[in-house]
Design a protein around this ligand. Structure first.
Ligand code: NIG
Ligand code: FE
Length: 402
């Protein structure tokens, strides 16, 4: 195994429970794919034999970004619905009229594997250009055993072919496919029945559902979660995005890794999440694009000690963004997170939302995923918007080629 010294860096370690953990004149020793040591360069223990030495030119270095909520794999796009919404239709109106998620399902089913892969690859490359080293990808636009498997397999293929970690989430309970119109319970039975085969094929790292009045009820979501639990799969939930449906409390009952969106989360949901240790994944891109006005209860989440993560929620209907950095900015402007909370939200807390304890901070023992930025202070990551100061990215100890 090669041991590499990454020197002449200013490290944003996020090592402690709060603060940036800034180390001036810092260095990182990477052994294989793991950080063996990080600290002030002059204090480097001479017991660590170094094979290669790379000068980072005084750059600011943070943990690699973790985009813990995306719907990256789909056919087509929905700019026409954006226009309809600008003319007054609501997201819910469009969904009820058979558009929305269901129109993307039709386009996804019609797309070849190669097309799905090529379009998702381009999107992943855009996220990676802004420092993403771990990416969650949900299914949910196939909505049949065959098409859900196809989408999850494309996600796995991205993980094999690109220099990043991909975690897959099965979101088959995303919307009711047309062939099950009026038979939501039958569809949930079908989802529960095909989950074991997807799991057996090693296509699923976690299970998600959309618990909402335009999607699935708490009782239906519970059945999906029970099927996941039988297989030993962790759960997460799209909860309280458009209304307070009680989804977060249900997810907490199943020890959910995370609940996501949460604009309409009430006090009971906050308490349940705190007890369960679930992460609150906030999605400012969807809040912005759907022109929501009610922000998630950030102050209550903070007081209750619920970890907060931030993600792009990239999808064609509610958040067609490929800029994780813009989400850091919006998390501050719309949700009043501090820049430090934002960065923790797209590193260590996002990793936790995926059940990954091995990344998100620059400390010994963590995976060597980090990004070097052309900025002076980490608060600039939330300050600039519409530009990209990412200069170099290291994934599992190996520098990613641009
Ligand atoms: O996370 N809320 C449900 N799912 C997606 C939107 C999907 C779509 O509109 O295509 C979301 O916002
Ligand atoms: Fe989503």
């Amino acid at each position: 195994m090669t041991t590499t010294l990454w020197r002449n860096a200013r490290l944003v370690t996020l090592a402690g429970p709060s603060g940036w953990g800034l180390i001036e004149r810092g260095a990182i020793v990477v052994d294989g794919a793991t950080i063996a040591w990080a600290g002030v360069e002059a204090d480097r223990p001479d017991t660590l034999a170094i094979d290669a030495d790379i000068d980072l030119g005084g750059a600011l270095v943070t943990p690699g970004l973790v985009d813990c909520h995306t719907h990256l794999i789909y056919g087509g796009q929905r700019a026409n619905e954006f226009e309809q919404r600008l003319e007054g239709a609501s997201y819910e109106d469009i969904a009820r009229a058979g558009g929305g998620i269901r129109s993307t399902v039709a386009a996804t089913r019609a797309a070849s594997d190669a097309t799905l892969f090529a379009s998702a690859r381009d999107r992943a490359l855009a996220l990676m250009a802004e420092g993403v080293t771990t990416l969650e990808i949900k299914s949910g636009y196939g909505l049949s055993a065959e098409h859900e498997a196809r989408c999850l397999a494309v996600a796995r293929q991205l993980g094999r072919e690109l220099a990043l970690t991909v975690r897959t989430t099965c979101l088959s309970a995303h919307a009711l496919p047309p062939e099950y119109a009026g038979r939501a319970d039958d569809y949930i039975d079908a989802v529960c029945a095909w989950l074991p085969a997807l799991h057996e094929a090693k296509l699923v790292d976690a299970v998600d559902a959309f618990c909402e009045r335009i999607a699935f009820s708490v009782a239906q979501t519970r059945r999906v979660f029970e099927a996941a639990r039988t297989l030993g799969l962790p759960v997460k939930l799209h909860a309280e995005q458009l209304s307070d449906s009680g989804g977060a409390a249900l997810a907490a009952e199943f020890g959910a890794l995370s609940c996501e969106h949460l604009e309409h989360l009430g006090d009971g949901g906050v308490r349940a999440m705190a007890r369960a240790g679930s992460v609150a994944v906030l999605l400012p891109g969807a809040f912005y694009f759907l022109r929501e006005t009610q922000a998630p209860p950030v102050a209550a989440l903070r007081t209750a000690g619920v970890p907060i993560a931030i993600a792009t929620d990239h999808n064609p209907g509610s958040s067609p963004t490929l800029s994780p950095l813009l989400m850091l900015s919006m998390a501050c402007t719309f949700f009043r997170l501090t820049p430090e909370e934002s960065l923790r939200g797209m590193t260590m807390n996002a990793a936790r939302a995926l059940g990954l304890a091995d990344r998100g901070r620059l400390v010994a023992g963590q995976r060597a995923d980090f990004a070097a930025w052309n900025i002076d202070h980490p608060n600039e990551l939330s300050y600039w918007f519409g530009s990209n100061p990412c200069r170099r990215v290291v994934v599992g100890g190996v520098e990613r080629q641009a």
